[in-house]
Design a protein around this ligand. Structure first.
Ligand code: URA
Length: 473
């Protein structure tokens, strides 16, 4: 067994040299024990890599993969890379084999490292540590990377801040740039850096670019993961900005737009069309829905599917949109989702005939694949357009309780698009002030594979239908 120690600083070159020599000497992966610097800090040389043999030819794509993966935090990264390199000797086309498990694991690691580098470029926040009169300005930043990305990312900061002295201190490796020379040191504990005037700038900048009307918490947290927040001055504003997003979005919509008069009239007409409910004579509502061309969905659908049921129903059931069978027949919930609903409703004593059953979106949205028409989720704009009809139906029926089945119905009724799994079984207030019980969509349950998740979802749907039955009894 050969043991090799790869140092924390210069790991890329050390690994490459050692791997090249092992490969040339014909040393199989099982004969090598790759160790990181924890075992022997600051050891640059390999313990026992053989010095024999000539250079092996390695595909470029592997070299570029290895250049990222060596910085991953997985202690097995060096061994994994060498194992693939070893296999490449007999299978040079392996690098293009998408089904190879070793390769895809390394590709995933490469992605993780690249993402971490990207986050480092975006989230390092320097503080001024310079002295008055010094000939170069000096800055320091504290950063906590997930992978060993300080070294491969340092060049970015050199290019960007080449005329300053700076240091990026981390628990892993620290990068020091002084007098135009870049060097690396072992990591260190978090230092006490002075407060910085530019922090206020970051906060102001962030508050200004934050658009409450476009808030998507999931997307935001994926761009700015929570683990970075503690070192970002602007992150302290996030909870407050999220909490007030709805109010601010409403205030923005209410504030008079500063548009030239011609555009202003057009925009106001469009806003009114999107937000008001239909106000024609009640008995003409079905005909008006059937003739709807408020969005593009009518172009491909067979017909608008109208709500069905008594106009004085205590319960209104709102689904997402008609499916294939509903589109052809013009009746809501007659296909597989409707049949599942009926089966569960019968088990809990909920009679669909006594409810008014409708959809948030009245036309079937689909893409054609051969002879099949595949359901597509309606966009927020399409849901908004169709709310015009849903609001008119609700004003007419005035249900004691509404059952919102699935995310689209929940969004149309409450204006909130947060995931339904966390909301189901709870009563929320609809935009018109009436109570809404949120539940899963039967089609969602049907899409789940047989197994515990499906059993749980069925039980949840049944419990919610039982709740609805009890509340209107
Ligand atoms: N899914 C729905 O949401 N509504 C229907 O009418 C049919 C399937």
């Amino acid at each position: 067994m050969q043991r090799v120690t790869i140092p924390a600083i210069g790991a890329d070159v050390a690994w490459r040299d050692a791997a090249r020599q092992f490969l040339a000497a014909g040393t199989p992966p099982s004969d090598i024990l790759w160790g990181g610097p924890a075992a022997a800090p600051d050891l640059f040389a390999t313990d026992s890599a053989p010095r024999t043999g000539g250079a092996a030819t390695v595909p470029r794509s592997f070299i570029s993969l290895a250049q990222s993966v060596v910085w991953h935090s997985d202690p097995e990264r060096f061994a994994r890379l060498y194992a693939l390199l070893w296999r490449l000797r007999d299978a040079p086309h392996l690098m293009t084999d998408r089904g190879d498990a070793d390769l895809s694991r390394l590709r995933q690691m490469e992605k993780n490292v690249r993402r971490c580098q990207h986050k480092m470029k975006a989230f390092v926040r320097f503080r001024d540590i310079g002295t008055v009169g010094a000939n170069r300005r000096s800055f320091a930043a504290w950063f906590e990377p997930t992978h060993h990305t300080v070294e491969p990312t340092a060049d970015f900061f050199v290019r960007r801040f080449g005329d300053m002295n700076w240091r990026i201190l981390t628990p892993d490796i620290s990068a020091i740039f002084e007098g135009g020379v870049l060097s690396f040191q072992q990591g260190q504990p978090k230092p006490d850096l002075p407060a910085d005037a530019s922090e206020q700038l970051w906060i102001t900048y962030f508050r200004n670019i934050f658009n409450p009307a476009r808030l998507k918490i999931g997307a935001m947290q994926s761009e700015m993961p929570k683990k970075y927040w503690k070192n970002l001055p602007e992150a302290a504003s996030i909870p407050d900005l999220i909490a007030n997003a709805n109010t601010r979005a409403r205030q923005m919509a209410e504030a008079a737009p500063t548009l030239p008069p011609a555009r202003l009239a057009q925009v106001q007409a469009q806003l009114a069309a999107n937000t008001s409910a239909w106000t024609g004579p009640t008995d003409t509502l079905p005909a008006a829905i059937s003739a709807c061309t408020r969005c593009q969905l009518h172009c491909n659908a067979t017909q608008a599917v109208l709500g069905q049921g008594p106009l004085d129903a205590a319960l209104m059931i709102v689904g997402e949109q008609p499916g294939d069978q509903e589109d052809l027949s013009g009746k809501p919930f007659i296909g597989p989702a409707g049949q599942l609903f009926d089966r569960i409703a019968a088990q809990v004593g909920l009679n669909r005939q006594q409810a008014y059953v409708t959809n948030a979106v009245k036309h079937f949205k689909f893409v054609a694949r051969g002879k099949r028409r595949i359901h597509q989720r309606a966009t927020t704009a399409e849901i908004e357009h169709c709310r015009w009809w849903l609001d008119a139906e609700r004003a007419r029926v005035q249900p004691k309780l509404t059952l919102a089945m699935g995310a689209v119905a929940a969004e149309a009724l409450t204006g909130r698009s947060t995931p339904v799994l966390a909301r189901r079984g709870k009563i929320e207030t609809a935009l018109d002030g009436l109570p809404v019980l949120i539940t899963l969509h039967p089609a969602y349950v049907l899409r789940l594979p047989d197994g515990p998740a499906r059993i749980d979802a069925l039980a949840a749907l049944k419990a919610d239908l039982g709740t609805a039955a009890n509340l209107i009894a």
